[in-house]
Ligand binder design. Structure first.
Ligand SMILES: [Zn+2]
Length: 290
């Protein structure tokens, strides 16, 4: 979510108070609702760019009332900004990574793109962002002013589960994904497999986790703030301590960063910092060794 916030700041500066001059839906699979024709946004004035968890929300005042262009970039999706949008419409070739193209007053604009064939990028045009099912069910935002240690304790107590899974669950807590949950747990020196109710009940571990969430996200937002959209993904990667760094040295203790793989994702951790030196079982790896 920190680079989504970076993107929000980047877009807010460039879009707000400008007229939206064109919308081209290039990949119809990306558009998840047909209730409002995206073409109805054209001619409206962009009022604000904001964020709900990892969803971006471009609010547009149109003659029909307020409308929201809401999108989630997913893992392979990104936004490409143009100071000068190409004059020709985007190619509809199935090989094109472009899903949506938006133009604004003054000739600038952006593409939403998705690499590969994942088709996870999601775009909605709605009257209220709450109409997007995954926004309606979002948990509290960990950077909200009302997110306190008590809020976190209540979320941890709700269901006893591994803390890594809980932090990633958008319906429990909004905006922390696979990458930042690894980072937060490393900062907090907590095992990814620690049980949430034990953390909630531990007067030392609970505030450590709370502080690690705030510090990690704030630092990442600071690192992405003011960066052009094209550089945000690299800024994210280079700022990581353990996530995506399997086999490299832990920046805190020098131990090797280890990995546990799952069907469609993996987590990274440092055994010395987080699990008292205990190496966590990697089911995929042990299967391979059998
Ligand atoms: Zn370490």
């Amino acid at each position: 979510m920190p680079e989504v916030q970076g993107l929000v700041d980047f877009l807010d500066e460039r879009l707000t108070a400008r007229a939206l001059t064109s919308v081209q839906v290039v990949a119809f699979t990306a558009l998840k609702t047909f209730a409002i024709d995206p073409a109805r946004l054209v001619g409206g004035t962009i009022e604000a760019v904001s964020r709900h968890g990892k969803w971006l929300d471009v609010a547009v005042e149109t003659p029909d009332g307020e409308r929201h262009l809401v999108f989630h970039l997913a893992r392979a999706g990104w936004l490409r900004w143009y100071d000068e949008l190409p004059a020709r419409p985007a190619s509809r070739s199935p090989k094109s990574p472009i899903a949506l193209r938006v133009g604004v007053e003054g000739g600038s604009g952006f593409d939403l793109t998705e690499a590969g064939t994942r088709r996870k990028l999601a775009v909605y045009v709605v009257a209220d962002p709450g109409e997007v099912p995954m926004i309606a069910t979002l948990g509290p935002d960990p950077l909200g002013a009302d997110f306190t240690v008590d809020t976190l304790r209540a979320l941890l107590q709700r269901k006893n589960q591994q803390v890594k899974g809980m932090l990633r669950d958008q319906a429990t807590i909004a905006g922390i994904g696979n990458a930042y949950s690894d980072e937060i747990l490393h900062v907090a020196k907590i095992s990814p497999f620690a049980q949430t109710r034990s953390i909630a009940a531990d007067p030392e571990t609970l505030p450590r986790l709370f502080d690690a969430i705030g510090e990690t996200l704030q630092a990442a937002i600071a690192a992405s703030s003011g960066k052009p959209a094209a550089e945000l993904k690299d800024a994210k990667r280079s700022g990581m301590r353990v996530h995506g760094r399997t086999g490299q040295d832990c920046p805190v203790c020098g131990d090797v960063v280890r990995e546990v793989s799952f069907a469609d994702s993996s987590l990274q951790y440092c055994a010395t910092c987080q699990t008292d030196g205990k190496v966590l079982a990697d089911r995929r790896l042990s299967k391979l060794l059998k």
